[in-house]
Design a protein around this ligand. Structure first.
Ligand SMILES: [Zn+2]
Length: 223
């Protein structure tokens, strides 16, 4: 972990939380070493901004670089007026590192044209994993949100996790649920999803059909 400002001890529990999440990924290997860079105003975050565009954070090679600003409690990362849960944002970027490591740089984004619902949906899937909510009822509750907002032109969506709310792009919200449907309900692995040429519309329509026959199940309880 690299930063001029934050003391490393305080950050360790955030990294532990992120690591606990990514251990549920089929791409996880304990030997993979991550370098996590906080945004402390030094020159380093300027490099990926140039290469990868503006975002809360980026994950590439072994590097997780935070672009947004964290709060003093290290719970949130703020960027462009929105806030995301910090540990889960780090977990999202760590999964991008593991994706690139597993598939190889030439078979990863941005070098390979991979559908976003797969490449971005999977890090969201791993990083929103809950220890309190039942995952199937979480899927149904969020499909209710997707279904009721789908005709509005929204940019952002709120994801309820067991440690509070986190903002994500509305498209990311949809991609998260598509991966969640494929993995939790259809029991596909991420590698199977990557190897399958199933199209966005197919998955989306099938998911919404499934939702219509399952939405009477009660929503998740808890905070
Ligand atoms: Zn991402």
């Amino acid at each position: 972990m690299y930063s001029k400002q934050v003391c490393p001890e305080k950050f360790n529990s955030v990294l532990d939380k992120a690591t606990a999440l990514i251990q549920h990924s089929e791409l996880y290997t304990a030997s993979f070493h991550f370098d996590v860079f906080l945004n402390d105003g030094s020159f380093f975050p300027a490099i990926p901004k140039h290469l990868l565009g503006n975002a809360f954070a980026w994950g590439y090679y072994n590097n997780v670089v935070l672009n947004g600003e964290n709060d003093s409690a290290l719970k949130y990362i703020r960027y462009n007026g929105s806030e995301r849960l910090l540990a889960r944002t780090i977990a999202h970027e760590m999964i991008h590192c593991l994706e690139a490591s597993h598939f190889g740089l030439f078979h990863s984004k941005p070098l390979k044209n991979i559908p976003n619902w797969k490449w971005e949906g999977y890090p969201e899937y791993i990083s929103y994993r809950s220890s309190l909510f039942n995952e199937d009822s979480l899927l149904i509750a969020n499909l209710f949100v997707l279904d009721s907002l789908k005709n509005e032109k929204r940019n952002l969506a709120e994801v309820n996790t067991d440690e509070g709310k986190s903002i994500t792009g509305f498209d990311y919200f949809c991609w998260w649920l598509m991966i969640k449907y494929c993995m939790d309900i259809k029991k596909m692995s991420f590698i199977q999803i990557m190897n399958d040429d199933i199209k966005y519309d197919q998955v989306y329509n099938e998911m919404m059909e499934w939702y219509k026959t399952h939405h009477s199940i009660s929503p998740p309880s808890g905070p």
